[in-house]
Design a protein around this ligand. Sequence first.
Ligand code: NAG
Ligand code: NAG
Ligand code: NAG
Ligand code: NAG
Ligand code: NAG
Length: 342
Amino acid sequence: MAPHNLLLAILICSSIQTDLFHLQSAEASMATASLSRCQRKCGDVEIPYPFGIDKGCYLDEAFEVICDDRTGSASIPSLHGEVGTISISNHTLQYKKGQVLPLPFNKTGESMYGHSFDLNYLGNHYSISHTDNKFVALGCDFYAYLVDAETKDLLGGCASLCNRRDITPSPSSSCSGLNCCYMNFERDLRNITLNVDTINTLTKSWGCGFFTFVDKGFPLDKINFSVCDDVLYSVPVVFGWMVGNTSCGEATGEDDCICGDNTVCIDSETRNGYRCKCRDGFTGNPYVREGCQDFDECADQKDNNCGMKSVCINMEGSYFCLPSHKRILAMLLTLGKFFCIF
Ligand SMILES: *[C@@H]1O[C@H](CO)[C@@H](O)[C@H](O)[C@H]1NC(C)=O
Ligand SMILES: *[C@@H]1O[C@H](CO)[C@@H](O)[C@H](O)[C@H]1NC(C)=O
Ligand SMILES: *[C@@H]1O[C@H](CO)[C@@H](O)[C@H](O)[C@H]1NC(C)=O
Ligand SMILES: *[C@@H]1O[C@H](CO)[C@@H](O)[C@H](O)[C@H]1NC(C)=O
Ligand SMILES: *[C@@H]1O[C@H](CO)[C@@H](O)[C@H](O)[C@H]1NC(C)=O
């Protein structure tokens, strides 16, 4: 083909492809149009889909965010506290103010065996992230352990002892069994039972113990736990979240799986439910139809391994490296990917 014919062919081809593309995406943009009018911020907190504030803006009630516009604080009704950040890629919900559960003991020192608390408020879509949190028990003369309410599996436990002169709860920074103990756990938790029993080594205990999941990095010894009251104390905690109530395999139909284009579906470890993730080479919100867009690995050198001596060529979903002396070819290829393949 003579050069000007080639150019003409390219122009025609490219316009055909563009039209096809528009046809395919028309339906998708109609689906996302209604979401585009949604309020996506509450104070400083970004509220990405599947979370949302107004009706029609969230996936289902579990992801409804209550926004107090006056104070700019966001919360999820079923989880006590206040949302700090929502991460789509990590599937986490960082809470600034999570719940601390106080447990009054009999002040006269009578042992109160067999305390048990059902921590089942997480529902179907949330869990306590095991990578981000630990469980902390603060107080005197007891041991605490967690049990999976459904399987009855023991998940972990710890004991906290005190010296007689320690008369108010004061978490030591190490929290390793003196006035305070902690446990890590190996998988995300949701429907669990907390059991607390006194050990009975002291004739007088503090009268109160405190129990909570808390972000591993949070310095608990900064809080003065002197009053046995749950409204006074709150700590940061990280929840995991997932969508659906089936596995990826069962949610293959258009209506069942909400993962958008260029995504992969990942089964949840803890129960029925799944998560969506952008395919390698794509970035964005996998819960929105056209949320995952090509990620330009060539824009920043740290995102590719082409080095100084070659040219990085970004492609839809990937990239490749060409030696610099083939720069002209590289330019043609870059153009070519927008046009027809001859
Ligand atoms: C996601 O997790 C990574 C690794 O733990 C962390 O560095 C990053 O800050 C997290 N992103 C968000 C938005 O929470
Ligand atoms: C606390 O201890 C006292 C004295 O031993 C006992 O009479 C009382 O029933 C105990 N209270 C509770 C709630 O167990
Ligand atoms: C928690 O587990 C118990 C025991 O299996 C069950 O009866 C209850 O419905 C579960 N609660 C939730 C919220 O899943
Ligand atoms: C903790 O709070 C109590 C009551 O508010 C107070 O009496 C006590 O001095 C405080 N302790 C520390 C270490 O600040
Ligand atoms: C699963 O979710 C779908 C859609 O939200 C709902 O219609 C169905 O009743 C749910 N099934 C169970 C077992 O919760």
